[in-house]
Design a protein around this ligand. Structure first.
Ligand SMILES: *[C@@H]1O[C@H](CO)[C@@H](O)[C@H](O)[C@H]1NC(C)=O
Ligand SMILES: *[C@@H]1O[C@H](CO)[C@@H](O)[C@H](O)[C@H]1NC(C)=O
Ligand SMILES: *[C@@H]1O[C@H](CO)[C@@H](O)[C@H](O)[C@H]1NC(C)=O
Ligand SMILES: *[C@@H]1O[C@H](CO)[C@@H](O)[C@H](O)[C@H]1NC(C)=O
Length: 460
């Protein structure tokens, strides 16, 4: 009896240990990973991507000063008692926060973040092969250093073919830097939600996330206290300890905090993040879509005109349009596109939900639109389609997925975007900026010749 039960148990445990990775359930603390998808992410046969636009979060970073303070408090508590720790907690007595240059690290990219950005440059260069030698490739970045640095490492990855030592001007990339999280740019930036006062008041994300955390953190602390004599963890210690799984994995590869928690505890941690982003910056904030829409509309206009078409503003964007920004600027784009809008229960996660923070705001996450030109089998007719990919995984637009790889025919996509403009609402109106003289609902930066002071050159 004992043997018959224990063998399947052991095998089951081995299988589960291989299948469940906390780093893929750590929400905004997860280093980048490709989201799962039923639809192959490769470009469909007989199709060629001729334009693509990405809006993405910067790569993995050190903690913000506030959460670093939380790590320091945890460390002080673990150092400040006489206790024994067993099992998965045996290491905590000798643990110290993985920040070894405190004046220079918090908020900035880690080397993992730089590597994520470089790897995406290599990946997209291989995927699209746009821009001869990568020369003079223009990208856009919100101007906080971690976004700018992500754009720089991305460009180095993208440009890193060949040798231009004698003619460096031929292998140049440039980042156009946009004022970051200021109010006066209105819709015309990569951080439009920060310029929308009504967006903050529309958010119920952190309240819902905190209420959900209150349902499990004390129970987790109690379970962990069974491994401790002389030290008592409380509910408030659980958040920093779970954050340390993803953050420390990114900083120095140490995953011991990942091993402390059980699968169900990771799923609760992940769901609190889902509530935070869905109701904070995603479809659950009634103002969010209006802040994501200007970017969607700008890209849709560029796709309608096709590659290398002249623009009113005089700047012809490259066929690959990259915008480097922050986590909270991705869910508004999801909302504006009309994706993943199924209400999340405040108490009961639906395991089949589409909206998962780990799949859209992990470090270096992206929402991408691809314009594909496809030849129908056995003909020379060219049809044009648009496909959404989020963290590589293709995502079907509801009601518009008849094309190759669940893509949407261009004409239908343009109509969808117009409908979504109505559903999302106008930026100036939704944000209650009617009385602000120069407030704009249009993101024109992708087609506007920049002030030279805002251009940063990157060469090899
Ligand atoms: C350290 O222990 C002392 C004495 O028990 C206590 O007063 C103090 O609050 C503790 N500090 C921390 C950071 O836990
Ligand atoms: C890069 O392109 C921009 C606009 O397309 C142009 O103004 C600039 O002179 C170019 N720079 C180089 C080094 O070719
Ligand atoms: C609006 O006006 C302010 C103050 O003059 C200026 O700083 C800002 O750049 C303007 N915004 C836009 C979008 O033109
Ligand atoms: C999401 O669905 C709800 C209910 O149908 C709707 O009221 C809301 O406007 C939708 N949100 C977005 C961003 O489309």
């Amino acid at each position: 009896m004992f043997i018959r039960l224990s063998i399947p148990f052991v095998l089951g445990a081995v299988v589960l240990a291989g299948a469940f990775d906390p780093l893929q359930h750590a929400g905004p603390a997860s280093p980048y990973f490709d989201a799962p998808s039923q639809i192959p992410s490769s470009t469909p046969p007989n199709c060629k991507v001729d334009q693509a636009a990405y809006i993405l979060r910067h790569g993995a970073r050190y903690p913000e000063p506030g959460s670093f303070g939380g790590w320091q408090n945890l460390h002080a508590k673990l150092q400040n008692a006489t206790y024994t720790a067993r099992g998965p907690l045996a290491f905590i007595r000798s643990w110290s926060p993985p920040v070894d240059d405190a004046p220079h690290q918090p908020l900035y990219l880690t080397s993992t973040g730089a590597g994520e950005a470089f790897a995406l440059g290599v990946d997209l260069r291989k995927r699209y092969g746009f821009t001869k030698g990568g020369d003079n490739f223009t990208v856009w970045a919100a101007s906080q250093q971690r976004c700018v640095d992500t754009s720089t490492y991305f460009l180095r990855g993208y440009l890193s073919q060949g040798n231009y030592l004698a003619t460096p001007e031929l292998n140049r990339g440039r980042s156009i830097l946009l004022a970051d999280s200021v109010s006066y740019t209105h819709a015309n930036s990569l951080t439009p939600s920060a310029a929308c006062p009504a967006y903050a008041s529309g958010s119920t994300g952190s309240a819902k996330a905190n209420a959900y955390r209150a349902t499990y953190q004390a129970r987790v602390a109690q379970r962990l206290n069974t491994f401790l004599d002389g030290l008592t963890l409380d509910a408030g210690d659980i958040g920093p300890m779970q954050d340390l799984c993803g953050f420390q994995a990114g900083i120095n590869g140490d995953t011991r905090f990942c091993d402390i928690f059980e699968e169900s505890e990771w799923l609760d941690y992940e769901y609190a993040h889902d509530l935070n982003y869905f109701y904070g910056s995603g479809p659950g904030n009634p103002v969010s879509a209006a802040t994501g829409y200007p970017w969607v509309k700008a890209v849709s206009d560029i796709f309608a005109a096709g590659p290398n078409a002249p623009t009113k503003g005089g700047l012809v964007p490259p066929p690959l349009i990259m915008g480097f920004t922050h986590d909270n600027n991705l869910p508004p784009v999801v909302a504006a596109l009309g994706l993943w809008n199924a209400t999340l229960s405040p108490t009961t996660p639906d395991p089949s939900r589409s909206f998962r923070a780990s799949h859209v705001v992990a470090f270096r996450s992206y929402v991408a639109l691809e314009r594909m030109s496809c030849t129908a089998e056995g003909t020379s007719t060219n049809d044009v389609f648009v496909r959404v990919r989020i963290n590589r995984a293709p995502v079907a637009i509801p009601g518009c997925a008849s094309g190759p790889g669940a893509s949407c025919p261009l004409k239908a996509f343009l109509a969808h975007v117009e409908e979504r403009g109505v559903a999302s609402g106008d930026f100036v109106q939704k944000c209650a900026l009617q009385d602000v003289k120069n407030a704009t609902s249009v993101a024109s930066f992708l087609t506007t010749i920049p002030d030279p002071a805002d251009v940063q050159l990157v060469s090899l």
